[in-house]
Design a protein around this ligand. Structure first.
Ligand SMILES: Nc1nc2c(ncn2[C@@H]2O[C@H](COP(=O)(O)OP(=O)(O)OP(=O)(O)O)[C@@H](O)[C@H]2O)c(=O)[nH]1
Length: 357
Protein backbone atom coordinates (compact mmCIF):
# COMPACT_ATOMS: atom_id res chain seq x y z
CA UNK A 1 0.00 0.00 0.00
CA UNK A 2 2.89 2.36 0.73
CA UNK A 3 3.64 3.30 -2.87
CA UNK A 4 0.11 4.52 -3.36
CA UNK A 5 -0.36 8.27 -3.06
CA UNK A 6 -2.32 9.18 0.09
CA UNK A 7 -5.49 11.21 -0.33
CA UNK A 8 -6.92 13.31 2.47
CA UNK A 9 -10.55 14.30 2.14
CA UNK A 10 -11.17 17.57 3.92
CA UNK A 11 -14.73 18.26 4.88
CA UNK A 12 -16.72 20.34 7.34
CA UNK A 13 -19.72 22.60 7.36
CA UNK A 14 -19.79 26.04 5.72
CA UNK A 15 -17.35 28.42 7.36
CA UNK A 16 -15.90 25.90 9.79
CA UNK A 17 -12.29 26.57 8.78
CA UNK A 18 -11.46 24.18 5.91
CA UNK A 19 -9.78 26.80 3.75
CA UNK A 20 -7.88 28.04 6.77
CA UNK A 21 -6.56 24.51 7.32
CA UNK A 22 -5.74 24.07 3.66
CA UNK A 23 -3.77 27.30 3.61
CA UNK A 24 -1.88 26.17 6.67
CA UNK A 25 -1.03 22.87 5.02
CA UNK A 26 0.14 24.61 1.89
CA UNK A 27 2.20 27.29 3.59
CA UNK A 28 3.98 25.29 6.25
CA UNK A 29 7.54 24.17 5.59
CA UNK A 30 7.13 20.43 5.58
CA UNK A 31 9.04 19.53 2.44
CA UNK A 32 6.04 17.77 0.96
CA UNK A 33 4.24 18.70 -2.23
CA UNK A 34 0.49 18.53 -2.32
CA UNK A 35 -1.91 18.50 -5.20
CA UNK A 36 -5.16 20.10 -4.11
CA UNK A 37 -8.59 19.50 -5.57
CA UNK A 38 -11.18 22.04 -4.51
CA UNK A 39 -14.87 21.59 -5.07
CA UNK A 40 -16.88 24.73 -4.88
CA UNK A 41 -20.44 25.66 -5.71
CA UNK A 42 -21.01 28.20 -8.42
CA UNK A 43 -19.23 29.42 -11.45
CA UNK A 44 -16.47 31.42 -9.89
CA UNK A 45 -14.00 29.59 -7.76
CA UNK A 46 -13.52 32.02 -4.95
CA UNK A 47 -11.94 29.40 -2.81
CA UNK A 48 -9.22 28.86 -5.33
CA UNK A 49 -8.04 32.41 -4.84
CA UNK A 50 -8.03 32.03 -1.12
CA UNK A 51 -5.79 29.02 -1.30
CA UNK A 52 -2.18 30.04 -1.18
CA UNK A 53 0.72 27.89 -2.21
CA UNK A 54 3.72 28.17 -4.43
CA UNK A 55 4.45 24.73 -5.78
CA UNK A 56 1.10 23.20 -5.18
CA UNK A 57 -1.30 22.64 -7.97
CA UNK A 58 -4.90 23.49 -7.33
CA UNK A 59 -7.61 21.92 -9.42
CA UNK A 60 -11.08 23.16 -9.23
CA UNK A 61 -14.36 21.45 -9.84
CA UNK A 62 -17.23 23.84 -10.39
CA UNK A 63 -19.77 21.62 -11.98
CA UNK A 64 -22.00 21.35 -9.01
CA UNK A 65 -22.06 19.48 -5.78
CA UNK A 66 -19.33 16.90 -5.62
CA UNK A 67 -21.62 14.43 -4.01
CA UNK A 68 -24.03 14.08 -6.91
CA UNK A 69 -22.53 14.87 -10.23
CA UNK A 70 -18.85 15.27 -10.01
CA UNK A 71 -17.49 11.88 -9.11
CA UNK A 72 -16.58 11.40 -12.77
CA UNK A 73 -14.69 14.67 -12.76
CA UNK A 74 -12.83 13.69 -9.64
CA UNK A 75 -11.75 10.45 -11.30
CA UNK A 76 -10.59 12.34 -14.39
CA UNK A 77 -8.63 14.87 -12.35
CA UNK A 78 -6.92 12.11 -10.42
CA UNK A 79 -6.10 10.25 -13.60
CA UNK A 80 -4.66 13.47 -15.00
CA UNK A 81 -2.63 13.93 -11.84
CA UNK A 82 -1.27 10.43 -12.08
CA UNK A 83 0.32 11.28 -15.40
CA UNK A 84 2.42 13.69 -13.38
CA UNK A 85 3.21 11.19 -10.69
CA UNK A 86 6.41 12.05 -8.88
CA UNK A 87 5.59 15.74 -8.89
CA UNK A 88 3.65 15.56 -5.65
CA UNK A 89 3.55 13.43 -2.53
CA UNK A 90 -0.07 13.58 -1.54
CA UNK A 91 -3.49 14.75 -2.66
CA UNK A 92 -5.98 16.80 -0.69
CA UNK A 93 -9.61 17.03 -1.74
CA UNK A 94 -11.52 19.89 -0.15
CA UNK A 95 -15.24 19.36 -0.44
CA UNK A 96 -17.94 21.98 -0.27
CA UNK A 97 -19.43 22.57 3.12
CA UNK A 98 -22.67 20.98 2.03
CA UNK A 99 -21.26 17.83 0.53
CA UNK A 100 -21.75 14.40 1.90
CA UNK A 101 -18.24 12.95 2.13
CA UNK A 102 -19.44 9.45 1.23
CA UNK A 103 -19.37 9.68 -2.57
CA UNK A 104 -16.01 11.39 -2.44
CA UNK A 105 -14.53 8.66 -0.29
CA UNK A 106 -16.17 5.98 -2.42
CA UNK A 107 -14.45 7.31 -5.49
CA UNK A 108 -11.20 5.93 -4.13
CA UNK A 109 -12.65 2.45 -3.87
CA UNK A 110 -14.69 2.03 -7.00
CA UNK A 111 -12.53 3.08 -9.91
CA UNK A 112 -9.87 0.46 -10.49
CA UNK A 113 -7.28 2.85 -11.95
CA UNK A 114 -7.75 5.24 -9.07
CA UNK A 115 -7.59 2.40 -6.61
CA UNK A 116 -4.34 1.15 -8.04
CA UNK A 117 -2.59 4.46 -7.66
CA UNK A 118 -4.01 6.30 -4.66
CA UNK A 119 -5.36 5.37 -1.26
CA UNK A 120 -7.82 7.16 0.96
CA UNK A 121 -5.70 8.16 3.92
CA UNK A 122 -8.28 9.81 6.12
CA UNK A 123 -11.40 11.90 6.17
CA UNK A 124 -10.69 15.07 8.16
CA UNK A 125 -13.68 17.10 9.30
CA UNK A 126 -13.36 20.66 10.54
CA UNK A 127 -16.12 21.57 12.98
CA UNK A 128 -17.05 25.00 14.27
CA UNK A 129 -17.00 24.86 18.07
CA UNK A 130 -19.47 27.71 18.32
CA UNK A 131 -22.07 26.47 15.88
CA UNK A 132 -21.73 22.72 15.58
CA UNK A 133 -24.35 21.85 18.19
CA UNK A 134 -26.91 23.98 16.35
CA UNK A 135 -25.97 22.58 12.96
CA UNK A 136 -26.30 19.03 14.23
CA UNK A 137 -29.93 19.85 14.92
CA UNK A 138 -30.80 21.44 11.60
CA UNK A 139 -28.23 20.30 9.04
CA UNK A 140 -28.03 16.60 8.23
CA UNK A 141 -24.84 17.20 6.25
CA UNK A 142 -23.11 18.40 9.39
CA UNK A 143 -24.07 15.22 11.21
CA UNK A 144 -22.86 13.04 8.38
CA UNK A 145 -19.56 14.86 8.23
CA UNK A 146 -18.95 14.21 11.93
CA UNK A 147 -20.03 10.58 11.79
CA UNK A 148 -17.87 10.04 8.76
CA UNK A 149 -14.63 11.48 10.07
CA UNK A 150 -11.39 9.79 11.01
CA UNK A 151 -10.04 13.03 12.45
CA UNK A 152 -12.11 15.98 13.68
CA UNK A 153 -10.68 19.45 14.20
CA UNK A 154 -12.83 21.18 16.75
CA UNK A 155 -12.00 24.65 15.48
CA UNK A 156 -12.75 28.17 16.69
CA UNK A 157 -12.25 27.15 20.28
CA UNK A 158 -11.42 30.79 20.99
CA UNK A 159 -15.10 31.63 20.59
CA UNK A 160 -16.50 29.44 23.35
CA UNK A 161 -15.75 28.59 26.98
CA UNK A 162 -14.57 25.30 28.40
CA UNK A 163 -18.06 24.15 29.38
CA UNK A 164 -19.32 24.69 25.86
CA UNK A 165 -16.31 22.84 24.47
CA UNK A 166 -17.02 19.85 26.66
CA UNK A 167 -20.62 19.91 25.56
CA UNK A 168 -19.78 19.93 21.88
CA UNK A 169 -17.15 17.21 22.38
CA UNK A 170 -19.77 15.05 24.07
CA UNK A 171 -22.07 15.56 21.09
CA UNK A 172 -19.31 14.57 18.73
CA UNK A 173 -18.55 11.46 20.78
CA UNK A 174 -22.21 10.52 20.66
CA UNK A 175 -22.07 10.46 16.89
CA UNK A 176 -18.60 9.13 16.36
CA UNK A 177 -16.61 7.71 19.25
CA UNK A 178 -13.83 6.56 16.94
CA UNK A 179 -12.56 9.79 15.46
CA UNK A 180 -9.57 11.57 16.92
CA UNK A 181 -10.80 14.97 18.13
CA UNK A 182 -8.31 17.84 18.24
CA UNK A 183 -9.14 21.31 19.54
CA UNK A 184 -7.84 24.10 17.35
CA UNK A 185 -7.83 27.85 16.83
CA UNK A 186 -7.56 28.89 13.19
CA UNK A 187 -7.20 25.22 12.30
CA UNK A 188 -3.77 25.24 13.91
CA UNK A 189 -2.82 21.60 14.19
CA UNK A 190 0.46 19.70 13.81
CA UNK A 191 0.13 18.46 10.27
CA UNK A 192 1.09 14.90 11.07
CA UNK A 193 -2.12 14.78 13.12
CA UNK A 194 -4.19 15.18 9.99
CA UNK A 195 -2.04 13.95 7.11
CA UNK A 196 -0.72 10.48 6.45
CA UNK A 197 -2.78 8.88 9.18
CA UNK A 198 -2.78 5.51 7.47
CA UNK A 199 -6.41 5.06 6.44
CA UNK A 200 -7.87 5.20 9.89
CA UNK A 201 -6.90 5.04 13.48
CA UNK A 202 -8.66 1.93 14.61
CA UNK A 203 -5.62 0.60 16.39
CA UNK A 204 -4.99 3.83 18.21
CA UNK A 205 -8.60 3.99 19.29
CA UNK A 206 -8.59 0.45 20.52
CA UNK A 207 -5.41 1.00 22.48
CA UNK A 208 -6.70 4.19 24.09
CA UNK A 209 -10.20 3.01 24.77
CA UNK A 210 -10.08 -0.75 25.24
CA UNK A 211 -13.40 -0.44 27.06
CA UNK A 212 -15.10 -0.04 23.72
CA UNK A 213 -14.59 -3.63 22.83
CA UNK A 214 -15.35 -4.96 26.25
CA UNK A 215 -18.72 -3.27 26.26
CA UNK A 216 -19.39 -3.90 22.64
CA UNK A 217 -22.78 -2.77 21.54
CA UNK A 218 -23.17 -0.20 24.24
CA UNK A 219 -22.64 2.65 21.85
CA UNK A 220 -25.70 1.90 19.91
CA UNK A 221 -29.17 2.79 20.76
CA UNK A 222 -31.94 0.31 20.39
CA UNK A 223 -34.92 2.61 20.45
CA UNK A 224 -34.92 3.73 16.91
CA UNK A 225 -38.48 3.78 15.83
CA UNK A 226 -38.47 6.51 13.24
CA UNK A 227 -38.99 5.61 9.68
CA UNK A 228 -36.43 6.69 7.17
CA UNK A 229 -36.92 7.58 3.61
CA UNK A 230 -35.19 5.14 1.33
CA UNK A 231 -31.59 5.91 0.59
CA UNK A 232 -31.36 6.50 -3.09
CA UNK A 233 -27.68 5.71 -3.09
CA UNK A 234 -26.70 9.20 -4.16
CA UNK A 235 -25.08 9.70 -0.80
CA UNK A 236 -27.49 12.33 0.37
CA UNK A 237 -28.68 12.12 3.85
CA UNK A 238 -32.33 11.32 4.18
CA UNK A 239 -32.38 11.90 7.84
CA UNK A 240 -35.32 13.93 8.99
CA UNK A 241 -34.63 16.77 11.30
CA UNK A 242 -36.12 15.38 14.44
CA UNK A 243 -35.70 17.88 17.16
CA UNK A 244 -35.08 15.73 20.18
CA UNK A 245 -32.98 12.87 19.09
CA UNK A 246 -30.41 13.00 21.81
CA UNK A 247 -30.35 11.14 25.03
CA UNK A 248 -28.19 12.35 27.76
CA UNK A 249 -26.55 9.91 30.11
CA UNK A 250 -24.36 10.46 33.11
CA UNK A 251 -21.07 8.73 32.42
CA UNK A 252 -18.59 9.00 35.23
CA UNK A 253 -19.17 12.74 35.43
CA UNK A 254 -18.76 13.13 31.69
CA UNK A 255 -21.78 13.80 29.60
CA UNK A 256 -22.51 11.11 27.13
CA UNK A 257 -24.93 11.41 24.28
CA UNK A 258 -26.49 8.82 22.10
CA UNK A 259 -28.01 9.71 18.83
CA UNK A 260 -30.94 7.60 17.83
CA UNK A 261 -30.08 7.81 14.19
CA UNK A 262 -26.35 7.59 14.20
CA UNK A 263 -24.89 4.66 16.02
CA UNK A 264 -21.60 2.90 16.27
CA UNK A 265 -20.86 -0.67 17.23
CA UNK A 266 -17.65 -2.62 17.52
CA UNK A 267 -17.17 -6.38 17.50
CA UNK A 268 -14.20 -8.48 18.43
CA UNK A 269 -13.18 -12.04 17.64
CA UNK A 270 -10.20 -13.02 19.79
CA UNK A 271 -8.59 -14.96 16.97
CA UNK A 272 -8.77 -15.79 13.28
CA UNK A 273 -11.55 -15.22 10.81
CA UNK A 274 -12.25 -17.53 7.89
CA UNK A 275 -12.05 -15.42 4.71
CA UNK A 276 -14.32 -17.88 2.90
CA UNK A 277 -17.01 -16.99 5.39
CA UNK A 278 -16.17 -13.33 5.92
CA UNK A 279 -15.98 -12.21 2.29
CA UNK A 280 -19.40 -13.49 1.22
CA UNK A 281 -20.89 -12.17 4.45
CA UNK A 282 -19.64 -8.60 3.97
CA UNK A 283 -20.51 -8.57 0.30
CA UNK A 284 -24.03 -9.66 1.03
CA UNK A 285 -24.27 -7.16 3.88
CA UNK A 286 -23.06 -4.35 1.61
CA UNK A 287 -25.74 -5.16 -0.92
CA UNK A 288 -28.57 -5.46 1.52
CA UNK A 289 -27.77 -2.94 4.23
CA UNK A 290 -24.94 -0.83 2.86
CA UNK A 291 -27.07 2.27 2.66
CA UNK A 292 -27.20 2.33 6.45
CA UNK A 293 -23.45 2.12 6.96
CA UNK A 294 -21.61 5.41 6.68
CA UNK A 295 -18.28 3.85 7.49
CA UNK A 296 -17.28 0.35 8.35
CA UNK A 297 -13.76 -0.59 9.16
CA UNK A 298 -11.86 -3.56 10.42
CA UNK A 299 -8.52 -5.18 11.00
CA UNK A 300 -8.76 -8.93 10.62
CA UNK A 301 -6.60 -11.93 11.18
CA UNK A 302 -7.33 -14.38 8.37
CA UNK A 303 -6.69 -18.05 8.93
CA UNK A 304 -3.34 -19.20 7.46
CA UNK A 305 -2.46 -15.68 6.35
CA UNK A 306 0.69 -14.02 7.71
CA UNK A 307 -0.54 -10.53 6.81
CA UNK A 308 -3.26 -8.44 8.38
CA UNK A 309 -6.36 -7.82 6.33
CA UNK A 310 -7.40 -4.18 6.63
CA UNK A 311 -10.86 -3.40 5.49
CA UNK A 312 -12.99 -0.32 5.05
CA UNK A 313 -16.32 0.39 3.50
CA UNK A 314 -18.47 3.39 2.67
CA UNK A 315 -22.11 2.42 2.25
CA UNK A 316 -22.14 -0.36 -0.37
CA UNK A 317 -18.59 0.17 -1.53
CA UNK A 318 -15.93 -1.99 0.06
CA UNK A 319 -12.17 -1.92 -0.02
CA UNK A 320 -9.82 -4.39 1.59
CA UNK A 321 -6.11 -5.05 1.45
CA UNK A 322 -3.68 -7.52 2.89
CA UNK A 323 -1.19 -5.21 4.53
CA UNK A 324 1.79 -5.70 6.82
CA UNK A 325 2.61 -9.01 8.48
CA UNK A 326 1.54 -9.70 12.00
CA UNK A 327 4.55 -9.01 14.20
CA UNK A 328 6.06 -11.71 16.38
CA UNK A 329 4.30 -11.61 19.71
CA UNK A 330 1.46 -9.45 18.42
CA UNK A 331 -1.98 -10.72 19.36
CA UNK A 332 -3.73 -11.95 16.25
CA UNK A 333 -7.35 -10.99 16.57
CA UNK A 334 -10.13 -9.51 14.46
CA UNK A 335 -12.06 -6.31 14.98
CA UNK A 336 -14.84 -4.71 13.05
CA UNK A 337 -16.53 -1.34 13.58
CA UNK A 338 -19.70 0.05 12.03
CA UNK A 339 -20.87 3.66 12.09
CA UNK A 340 -24.29 4.16 10.64
CA UNK A 341 -28.03 4.29 11.04
CA UNK A 342 -30.53 1.73 12.19
CA UNK A 343 -27.86 -0.84 12.90
CA UNK A 344 -29.21 -4.21 13.89
CA UNK A 345 -26.52 -4.85 16.46
CA UNK A 346 -27.49 -8.40 17.32
CA UNK A 347 -27.63 -9.55 13.74
CA UNK A 348 -24.38 -7.82 12.85
CA UNK A 349 -22.69 -9.40 15.82
CA UNK A 350 -24.07 -12.85 15.06
CA UNK A 351 -23.05 -12.49 11.42
CA UNK A 352 -19.51 -11.49 12.28
CA UNK A 353 -19.10 -14.11 15.00
CA UNK A 354 -20.15 -16.77 12.52
CA UNK A 355 -17.09 -15.84 10.45
CA UNK A 356 -14.70 -17.02 13.17
CA UNK A 357 -12.28 -19.64 11.86
N1 LIG B 1 -12.51 33.26 15.62
C1 LIG B 1 -12.05 32.34 14.79
N2 LIG B 1 -12.25 32.48 13.45
C2 LIG B 1 -11.78 31.52 12.63
C3 LIG B 1 -11.10 30.38 13.12
N3 LIG B 1 -10.76 29.61 12.07
C4 LIG B 1 -11.21 30.23 10.96
N4 LIG B 1 -11.83 31.38 11.30
C5 LIG B 1 -12.49 32.33 10.38
O1 LIG B 1 -13.71 31.75 9.95
C6 LIG B 1 -13.99 32.14 8.60
C7 LIG B 1 -14.24 30.91 7.73
O2 LIG B 1 -13.05 30.17 7.61
P1 LIG B 1 -12.74 29.31 6.30
O3 LIG B 1 -11.43 28.66 6.52
O4 LIG B 1 -12.91 30.13 5.09
O5 LIG B 1 -13.91 28.26 6.40
P2 LIG B 1 -14.37 27.20 5.31
O6 LIG B 1 -14.75 25.98 6.07
O7 LIG B 1 -13.32 27.03 4.26
O8 LIG B 1 -15.63 27.92 4.72
P3 LIG B 1 -16.50 27.55 3.39
O9 LIG B 1 -15.53 27.57 2.25
O10 LIG B 1 -17.52 28.64 3.36
O11 LIG B 1 -17.12 26.24 3.62
C8 LIG B 1 -12.80 32.96 8.16
O12 LIG B 1 -13.11 34.31 8.31
C9 LIG B 1 -11.70 32.55 9.13
O13 LIG B 1 -10.73 33.56 9.30
C10 LIG B 1 -10.89 30.27 14.55
O14 LIG B 1 -10.32 29.31 15.07
N5 LIG B 1 -11.41 31.26 15.31
Amino acid sequence: MSDKIPVTVLTGYLGAGKTTLLNRILSEQHGKRYAVIVNEFGEIGIDNELVVGADEEVFEMNNGCICCTVRGDLIRIIEGLMKRKGKFDAIIVETTGLADPAPVAQTFFIDQDVQDTVRLDAVVTVADAKWLVDRLKDAPEAKNQIAFADVILLNKTDLVDEAALQEVEARIRGLNPYARVIRTVKSNVPLDEVLDRGAFDLERILSIEPAFLEQEGTHDHAHDHHEHGPDCGCGHDHDHGHGHDHHDHGHGGLKHYHDEHMQSVAFHIPGDVDPDKFMPWVQDLAQREGQNFLRWKGILSFKNEPRRFVFQGVHMILDGDLQREWKPGETRDSKLVFIGRDLDTERLRDGFMACAA
